[in-house]
Design a protein around this ligand. Sequence first.
Ligand SMILES: Nc1ncnc2c1ncn2[C@@H]1O[C@H](COP(=O)(O)OP(=O)(O)OP(=O)(O)O)[C@@H](O)[C@H]1O
Ligand SMILES: [Mg+2]
Length: 171
Amino acid sequence: MSGVPAAVTIVVHAPEETTALAAWLGEALVAGDLLLLEGGLGAGKTAFVQGLAKGLGLTGAVKSPTYTLVHEHRASLPGRPGLGHLDLYRMPEGRDLGDLGLDDLLARGAVAVEWGGRLARREPDALRVAIEGPDPDAPPGRRRIAFAGRGARARALVARVEAYAARTASP
Ligand SMILES: Nc1ncnc2c1ncn2[C@@H]1O[C@H](COP(=O)(O)OP(=O)(O)OP(=O)(O)O)[C@@H](O)[C@H]1O
Ligand SMILES: [Mg+2]
């Protein structure tokens, strides 16, 4: 496995574009995939997870799990993974994600973690998704979404985002 991280950045202009991009990624997710989401309050992390769920064919509503830390959306289609959704914004200092059952969630599905930078343990194979915005000097729906990772699965997902960018690029 190469030590050079793979990375790609996409600029979107509306929540629907964030959801569409995330749904495209969600279609490709497999059990064990871990996405660590970063971005300030209201950046669109939960909106991104809603798109992932849509791409996975999960029909239940995705809400922010802020008060519970963990939501699990069990697979509804045979052979497709479920989705674990964590939000570490209010996670007590020093608590390890082992306590939250991360390994069990990864065994059953893909997992997306809001405020993923707060993970105590290192996750070298994770795909990092950093959402920048809103920017007071830019249109309100504009976000820069940067994807990066080193592990084999993260690299494959970065390549899928690159394919999305190529598909949606204006001629
Ligand atoms: N391009 C965009 N992508 C995502 N959300 C957008 C975009 N443009 C505007 N929005 C709006 O920004 C808000 C994003 O809210 P969301 O709950 O997804 O943010 P969050 O990053 O999860 O915040 P928190 O840190 O509070 O969990 C929504 O109201 C959404 O409609
Ligand atoms: Mg959120």
